[in-house]
Design a protein around this ligand. Structure first.
Ligand code: HPA
Ligand code: MG
Length: 225
């Protein structure tokens, strides 16, 4: 039995990490030896991510966790967030005696090369999402910056006539122009810097890092394509 969660901040606001937050000294944490020198600091430690996910799971469960919840995981960056979020939703659902079925589908998007967003967005994934018809759908994304990806994805999902579509975004970047669309459930609002770890990559590297970290100049040069 888990205790009912108290003290989680507002889901739409997210936990705000200010621009002048220097991050934690990397040497305080355990991380793969092969990334030594490639990371500047730890922006969000793994334990803090997990705690925030519990809060989001609670809100999601209360609002759309009835009968069946269809989850659309945005790969590759969203795989860890999605897995931990669904685990938390299921365990809180069990401890509150709800009859909830979850089903996870996957979609792959690609738009980044090095640390830049490219114009062409590729949706690679199931053509047919008609199983979403009449159901509550939760899109799970690791990071939202311009909001363009999210907008395109929302349009795509709505074609299959779900009952409701919500978006959970672990990170929202504070970019100068602001995002076009914001997720319904926000984990953290972070400075406009390129981050890696917890399944977020730089040219496919760093996904195997547990914490969300800021990449160093050395790291960017080393893994540039
Ligand atoms: N890191 C990794 N992938 C991303 C980022 C980022 O900061 N922004 C958009 N995709
Ligand atoms: Mg990427």
């Amino acid at each position: 039995m888990t205790d009912r969660l108290v003290g989680c901040v507002q889901k739409e606001e997210g936990l705000v990490i200010p621009d002048d937050w220097p991050g934690y000294n990397l040497e305080l944490f355990n991380y793969p030896e092969h990334y030594r020198g490639d990371i500047e600091s730890v922006l969000i430690p793994h334990g803090v991510i997990m705690n925030r996910i519990e809060c989001l799971a609670r809100d999601i469960l209360e609002e759309i966790g009835h009968h069946t919840l269809m989850v659309l995981c945005v790969l590759k960056g969203g795989y860890k967030f999605c897995s931990d979020l669904v685990d938390s939703i299921k365990s809180q659902s069990r401890s509150t005696n709800r009859q909830l079925t979850t089903r996870v589908e996957f979609i792959r998007l690609k738009s980044y090369l090095n640390d830049r967003s490219t114009e062409d967005l590729h949706i690679i994934g199931p053509e047919d999402l008609s199983i979403f018809k009449g159901k509550n759908v939760l899109i799970v994304e690791a990071i939202v910056d311009t909001g363009k990806t999210m907008k395109a994805l929302l349009q795509h999902v709505k074609m299959f006539q779900p009952k409701a579509v919500k978006v959970a975004g672990l990170l929202v970047k504070r970019i100068p122009k602001g995002s076009e669309t914001l997720p319904d459930y926000v984990g953290f609002v972070i400075p406009n810097r390129f981050v890696v770890g917890y399944a977020l990559d730089y040219n496919e590297y760093f996904r195997d890092l547990n914490h969300i970290c800021v990449i160093s100049e050395t790291g960017k040069q080393k893994y540039k394509v």
